[in-house]
Write a protein that binds this ligand. Structure first.
Ligand SMILES: [Zn+2]
Length: 382
């Protein structure tokens, strides 16, 4: 049984992120794990996070939708979780995938405000509308409750069942234009620890500055939410574009493209940060698409595609699916993507800017809980 649970937790791990470009909703993990009515199981279970992530994926009609999880530090030693679950949450904390706080306070709302994200919670936040006016907007605060086939969302205020993303608040936009340094050595959120030389923290790969979470504001001062220390300004944050892969009409994955960090896309690119398509391809597409099929780069704000394949690819100008419009891209050829342009690796396998792309086929998300049925069947009988 342990094996299957580990696989589910690994799948969930791929859907927790404090990256401002990729997170799609904010949750308080201490709250989510105790929604016992979702499955009628143990008092606390980390698997409920997976159920909520799946529900978010269904509602947004996109695969691989990550959540920004706030974690109360007490959770790392919560006896209602299994030792395996506690270990997993600690690993997420060490890797900066979640934000661990001594006193979460209203950090969940602050993150939602700074990033313009919906909040998945059963709290009502009565009386807080003055401070956070967006609380009254449709789809910004949704409560996951039991439904047929998994959790569904209901609105306490503002109506709507579909999570709505707003824009970053002006303060959020300002904070996210800079990169920040925490003076605390080994800080998982604002990495590196302010000097100490290249070998001071060999065990940890420095967090990519483009993916840093938003600082918290204390009396208007950018502060590390984990350590309560004043953050140093480490210069402008590298520019980022958010792109998406759509296969067979379904958005399967979003990814951030940062200046000076090319991203390889293909059947199975070996470079770190590469986008692996193999899992979603049929046999013919898998034969056609190279391990490294295209490389994307962000250069002075422009997205440049370079074909690195054996069979070539194409560009659909403005997203046009008319065959005469398709511009062939021979191996090693490059092209700047214009507005609405899609890169086509194979018919039905496309990459483009995330905000210009939506799922346009009937959606069947890949569940992070894929292993769960096996798991349930193997549970010991009472
Ligand atoms: Zn810190």
């Amino acid at each position: 049984m342990r094996f299957e649970i580990s696989k589910v937790l690994d799948a969930i791990e791929g859907r927790v992120s404090t990256d401002p470009s990729l997170a799609r909703a904010v949750v308080d993990l201490a709250e989510v794990i105790r929604w016992q009515d979702l499955d009628g199981g143990r008092p606390a279970s980390l698997l409920r996070l997976g159920m909520v992530i799946d529900a978010l994926s269904r509602q947004m009609e996109e695969d691989s939708v990550p959540v920004y999880a706030i974690v109360h530090r007490a959770l790392l030693s919560d006896a209602d979780l299994t030792s395996n679950e506690r270990m997993v949450v600690r690993r997420w904390a060490d890797d900066g995938l979640v934000e661990v706080l001594d006193h979460p306070g209203d950090r969940m709302l602050e993150v939602a405000d700074l990033l313009g994200l919906p909040v998945l919670t059963r709290l009502r936040f009565d009386g807080l509308g003055g401070r956070w006016p967006w609380l009254g907007q449709a789809g910004r605060v949704l409560a996951p409750v039991p439904g047929a086939g998994g959790p569904v969302f209901i609105a306490h205020v503002g109506g709507g069942q579909t999570p709505a993303t707003g824009s970053r608040s002006p303060v959020g936009a300002k904070l996210l234009a800079r990169q920040w340094r925490c003076p605390e050595p080994g800080c998982a959120l604002f990495g590196g620890g302010g000097g100490g030389g290249a070998f001071a923290d060999l065990a940890r790969v420095d967090r990519a500055p483009a993916g840093q979470p938003p600082p918290t504001l204390r009396n208007g001062v950018p502060t590390c939410p984990r350590h309560g220390t004043r953050l140093g300004d480490a210069g402008p944050r590298p520019r980022t574009a958010v792109l998406a892969v759509r296969i067979g009409g379904l958005v399967r994955q979003r990814f951030a493209l940062t200046e000076n960090q090319p991203v390889a896309i293909g059947r199975a690119p070996e470079a770190t940060g590469g986008i692996v398509l193999g899992q979603w391809l049929n046999d013919e597409a898998r034969r056609w698409i190279s391990r490294n099929h295209v490389r994307l780069e962000l250069r002075v704000g422009e997205v440049v595609v370079t074909d690195t394949s054996t069979n070539g690819s194409g560009v659909r100008p403005g997203g046009s699916m008319a065959e005469p419009d398709r511009i062939a891209l021979a191996p090693q050829q490059s092209r700047v993507l214009g507005e609405g342009d899609l890169v086509e690796l194979y018919p039905g396998v496309q990459v483009g800017r995330a905000d210009e792309m939506a799922s346009d086929a009937k959606f069947s998300p890949t569940s992070v809980m894929a292993e769960a049925p096996t798991m349930a069947m193997r549970l010991p009988r009472p």
